[in-house]
Design a protein around this ligand. Structure first.
Ligand code: 2P0
Length: 331
């Protein structure tokens, strides 16, 4: 059997109903389902090159070697792919490039593992559909199950202990509702606590954790309704409430997980004020200080200009809702 180098790009996704808590930390099975949109252009390009000369997988991201917990997750995904390729022992050299800052709470692990699953399956000759790719990517990073798909995506939590039903599914493609996305970058360097660790601590110690899981079920229903109606006010209500509920759970974790910086809060207030003034916009924040703002097409320039002026916002990246993971010929 011969294996061939393959490259894939996968987008980052921003969750509108968040994933924060695992019922199974090895298989990355969540307590609750979550919902996201894929962001165009921002993401990971990953090249997988199988080589019979390697004793172990090696991976470099943005020219830095991956080791420790990151390499263990990569190993888990590559082992799955090798099993599907007939239990081959051939390891791979893997090179990734992220177009978003790594480990700053902007889901670079989601795009990285979605791209790894896609390129890895192609390199080892595994014929995997999107559902299978999502299941594989999830085992590297939970939110990667969503980055396989483009547009508006739900990650079903699933009921099974083996996780076979814990998969991403596209609800609508990228053109369904052409909102714009602004990323207000608030820099503080690398995160001290990874999401993987943080959500385990929250599940163990946050007094609000049980209420959070229940809230997500309700928010998922409301979010799907708002998307079905293309109703941005209804979407803003549920997305911002869900984000703030997750950050309340984080802040009530012991020791507390405080991801916000002063600029984070300033962006929140600016978005709420602009919406009250009639601009179509809403905010959401992952496990980091940066803020993602979704806007209507007619509101994007004004909202971008206002949040770009906020002290502590290093830059604002503007993008659209985009497609899912795909192979890149000659990548
Ligand atoms: C999300 N986050 O739904 C939420 C919101 C962060 C805050 O998914 O341990 O990197 O690899 O499964 O997927 C970040 O968690 O964690 C995340 P693992 P992951 O986007």
């Amino acid at each position: 059997m011969t294996f061939e180098r393959a490259a894939a790009f996968a987008p980052i996704n921003i969750a509108l109903v968040k994933y924060w808590g695992k019922r199974d930390p090895v298989l990355n099975l969540p307590y609750a389902s979550s919902l996201s949109v894929a962001l165009a252009e921002l993401g990971s390009l990953t090249v997988v090159a199988p080589s019979a000369e390697l004793d172990a997988n090696i991976m470099v991201v943005n020219d830095e070697p991956v080791d420790g917990a990151g390499l263990i997750k990569v190993g888990r995904v590559m082992r799955l792919i090798r099993q599907m390729a007939g239990n081959t022992e051939v390891r791979a050299g893997i090179r990734g490039v992220n177009t978003v800052p790594t480990a700053q709470g902007l889901a670079s692990s989601a795009s990285a593992f979605a791209a790894l699953a896609t390129a890895g399956c192609a390199a080892y000759g595994v014929d995997a559909d999107e559902t299978t790719l999502s299941r594989i990517a999830r085992q590297g990073s939970g939110s990667a199950s969503r980055s396989v798909h483009g547009g508006w995506v739900i990650w079903h939590k699933g009921e099974r202990d083996d996780g076979l039903d814990s998969i991403g599914e596209q609800l609508h493609d990228a053109d369904y509702w052409p909102l714009r996305a602004l990323v207000a970058h608030v820099d503080i360097g690398r995160k001290k606590v990874s999401s993987t660790e943080g959500m385990q601590q929250s599940a163990r110690t946050s007094p609000f954790f049980g209420a959070w899981v229940e809230t997500c079920e309700r928010d998922l229903r409301d979010c799907r309704w708002a998307i079905a109606q293309r109703d941005i006010d209804a979407l803003a209500n549920v997305v911002e409430a869900n984000c703030l509920a997750m950050h309340s759970v984080m802040m009530a974790t012991r020791p507390p997980l405080m991801y916000w910086q002063p600029a984070t809060l300033a962006v929140i207030h600016a978005v709420r004020r602009l919406r009250a003034e009639g601009f179509e916009c809403l905010f959401t924040i992952d496990a980091g200080p940066s803020v993602v703002v979704l806007t209507g097409q007619g509101s994007v320039e004004r909202v971008a200009a206002e949040i770009g002026r906020i002290e502590g916002v290093a830059r604002v990246t503007q993008t659209r809702i985009g497609g899912g993971a795909h192979l890149v010929p000659n990548g």
